[in-house]
Write a protein that binds this ligand. Structure first.
Ligand SMILES: NC(=O)c1ccc[n+]([C@@H]2O[C@H](COP(=O)([O-])OP(=O)(O)OC[C@H]3O[C@@H](n4cnc5c(N)ncnc54)[C@H](OP(=O)(O)O)[C@@H]3O)[C@@H](O)[C@H]2O)c1
Length: 349
């Protein structure tokens, strides 16, 4: 394939580039050249801002495009204006956050919600520098991704592959949601863990997701696919035990009841990464999304221990960088040593 990756410099995009090179494809990346060092050897780099100038793309032809940094429908529309005539497949990286409701486990045909006028106006008001980041869009992120999907599928039909990604983990993960647990357990001592160790978690190694996207483009697949871990195969307890085993840490996992976490003001997902409170029925199946369709189309998973080992190795070189997610040491100490004395002010500082 002659493959163009829009973005391609940081986490998922870099993994897509590596997967494509491994499969013997010719790869070009298009980005502003701000977020990352030069692309990998053998990769052509076109420098440009997708919101300002797509001229560099108009004179070239690609068999497939993987778009890792589309967050608004106008970004998809302008890109397609530039490449639509030539590409056989356009892979849009979307999200499971497009689903309207997680009280039931979603599959690709479950109801979604697209962005309303207010959300589109909010997205338009974001300054150019912030438009390429998920965190800029808050609660509108999922609906805006759905609106991106509508443009892609509406214009390209079967030439569009919509990838609804779940929680991506692995080396290079700048969200730190999974890395927190790997680093924290490696650090040893009493580790505060959320609620019920049997609760399901669903994560996918970014390299497995990326490899599938490249193959899906190569095989000219079509339509929407959930791409995350296989449902109901991993619990929080198994995930954290794997971190302990692989790091060889003597950490003690202390499972703190959900009502204690709530009383202490621990924020799910951010203070306690990958924890969703069982009382949140609207999020009940957020980590129980059907991946049967992508698995039938070849999605495969490496063992979790491999992901943990690789995150340990990668994170070893960046321990001086404070993590974006997880409890502070002091907040954790109060949870695991003196939970009876917790008040609502106890956690944040
Ligand atoms: N992380 C998760 O768990 C998760 C879950 C579900 C879905 N997703 C989706 O997966 C994707 C993850 O992306 P990633 O950050 O890992 O991808 P990435 O391709 O590794 O990094 C983002 C790239 O976008 C480029 N970029 C940003 N703004 C740009 C602009 N205006 N014009 C041209 N290039 C621009 C950046 O380069 P420059 O700054 O140099 O331009 C960077 O190379 C996102 O679409 C996200 O919504 C992620």
């Amino acid at each position: 394939l002659d493959l163009l990756v829009i973005g391609g410099g940081v986490f998922l995009g870099r993994a897509v580039v590596e997967a494509a090179l491994r499969d013997g494809h010719r790869v070009t990346v298009f980005n502003r050249g701000r977020s990352s060092p030069a692309p990998q050897a053998g990769v052509e780099h076109l420098v440009g801002d997708r919101y300002a100038d797509l001229a560099a793309l108009r004179s070239c032809r690609w068999d497939a495009v993987v778009d890792t940094c589309a967050f608004t429908p106008d970004a998809v529309a302008s890109l397609l204006d530039a490449v639509e005539g030539s590409v056989a497949r356009y892979v849009l990286v979307s999200s499971i956050s497009t689903y309207a409701d997680f009280s039931q486990p979603p599959d690709e045909d479950s109801p979604t919600r697209s962005a309303d006028g207010e959300e589109l106006a909010m997205a338009r008001s974001i300054k150019p520098g912030g438009r390429g980041k998920a965190s800029s869009y808050g609660k509108a992120y999922g609906p805006l991704k759905r609106s991106c999907e509508e443009i892609a599928q509406g214009r390209l039909g079967d030439r569009a592959i919509v990838v609804r990604a779940g929680v991506l983990v692995g080396p290079g993960d700048y969200t730190d949601r999974f890395t927190y647990w790997v680093r924290r357990i490696d650090g040893g001592g009493r580790v505060a863990c959320p609620g019920d160790p049997r609760r399901a978690v669903q994560i996918v190694d970014v390299r497995d997701a990326a490899a599938w996207m490249v193959r899906a483009a190569d095989q000219r697949r079509s339509g929407r696919y959930n791409v995350t871990g296989a449902e109901r195969t991993l619990s929080m307890g198994e995930m954290l035990e794997t971190c302990r085993r692989v790091s060889g840490s003597g950490a003690e996992l202390v499972w703190v009841p959900e009502d204690t976490l709530a009383a202490a003001g621990v924020a799910h997902w951010t203070d306690m990464p990958l924890w969703l409170p069982s009382a949140r029925m609207d999020l009940r199946h957020f980590m129980n999304v059907s991946t049967a369709k992508a698995m039938t189309a070849g999605l495969r998973f490496r063992p979790l221990r491999e992901t943990v080992a690789d995150v340990l190795a990668w994170d070893g070189g960046r321990r001086h960088i404070p993590l974006q997610a997880g409890l502070s040491q002091a907040a954790e100490a109060r949870l695991v040593h003196a939970p009876d004395q917790l008040g609502s002010e106890a956690i944040h500082q």
